[in-house]
Design a protein around this ligand. Sequence first.
Ligand code: FAD
Length: 414
Amino acid sequence: MPNIEREQRQVVVIGAGPSGAIAAALLKRNGHDVLIIERQRFPRFSIGESLLSHCIDFIEEAGMLEAVQAAGFQVKKGAAFAWGERYSAFDFGDTFSNGKPTTFQVQRADFDKLLADQAELQGVEIRYEETITAADFNAAQPQLTVQRADGSEYVVQSEFVLDASGYGRVLPRLLELEAPSNFPLRQAIFTHVEDRIDCHTFDREKILVTTHPTQRDIWFWTIPFSNGRCSVGVVAAAEHLQGATDLDACLKGFVQATPSLAKVLQNAQWDTPARTIGGYSANVKALHGPGFALLGNAAEFLDPVFSSGVTIAMRSASMAAGLLHRQLSGVAVDWQNEFAVPLKRGVDTFRAYVEGWYNGSFQDVIYHPGSSAEIRRMISSILAGYAWDQRNPFVAEPVRRLRMLAEVCASTPA
Ligand code: FAD
């Protein structure tokens, strides 16, 4: 590419979603030059609307908490689960980890724009409607090819690249780092409704996760917003939803087949065409390499059931930004032992509970009325996002603890 325009920057971040905006702001706050290249124009739709408490720690760290608090998003204080007559609610104000007691349920178009605008206000440069199309990590410094909306191209060279491209998975694709997820193929159908909920048991300050009456691997989210609207979605193995040509009818059909949820949504105005996303679980062979690290969904995405996506994205952003600051300041960094290994520890905690959700063992625990208050506080901590708190026995040994607890629940029928 002899005549192509070239530019030199210190750090390039691919994508201005939550992981990109937080990482870029943290680096900028430490005095580094950061350029974000974002393929879309914001605001843009994104799924992933229920945040966990731990997100607030990173929003605060990036100096964006006041702006987020002032934006009028729905306050979220916990998570509720319903299966037939059974109802189990966890309060983020009462957790083992004593983390942030509240968080938010957000329309991601607005939320992501707010974070990106905050990063810009702090001095990060964001170029919208520009797409990374190629990457070369064989030269002395990483080189990314950027395509503008008008089709013209340029190359940006930098000391380091953070890939925060989410489902775009730019570097995993370009550097052949993609690895299969070990979760089966699942699909979600979802929409926003004018909810008109007047059900007295419904708590707008919690996400409601509803288990299908007979097929326990099918579940629904109901995420209320502050404007009288709700995000509603169903998640099922792809074979249950494949062939659904009318997404609205399919989603409504599943809701109607689930009486407790049909009751909550009985007055809803279904005014927005449903969307679908499938095959979203993904993994990678490596979370970093010479000159780059992968953040958020560009790395691994597990499953939406515990709303852990944005939390993992922000946690990875915070960790990578801290390490990169050290590296750019001349300190040697061990990306494997200081980034990949500790990040994966928390991801694997979520993984254990996601697996337990779908094989039924974690649902048995959640819906069992007899768990002790202390155990519920430990579980609540994980549901609030504190999946890296090794003091919590349910974090330190998730598989063994969950198996033991499920056995106890099974031997003491409700
Ligand atoms: P994103 O938010 O996806 O941002 C990536 C950005 O990169 C995008 O703006 C994109 O335009 C840009 N980009 C992509 N390719 C390129 C390119 N080539 N060049 C330049 N820019 C590019 N998480 C939760 O926390 N709570 C939930 O309730 C929740 N529900 C979910 C429900 C479903 C059905 C699914 C599938 C996921 C859900 N998630 C949820 C997960 C959540 O959507 C993601 O984890 C989160 O958005 C990841 O943030 P990110 O910053 O990594 O990526």
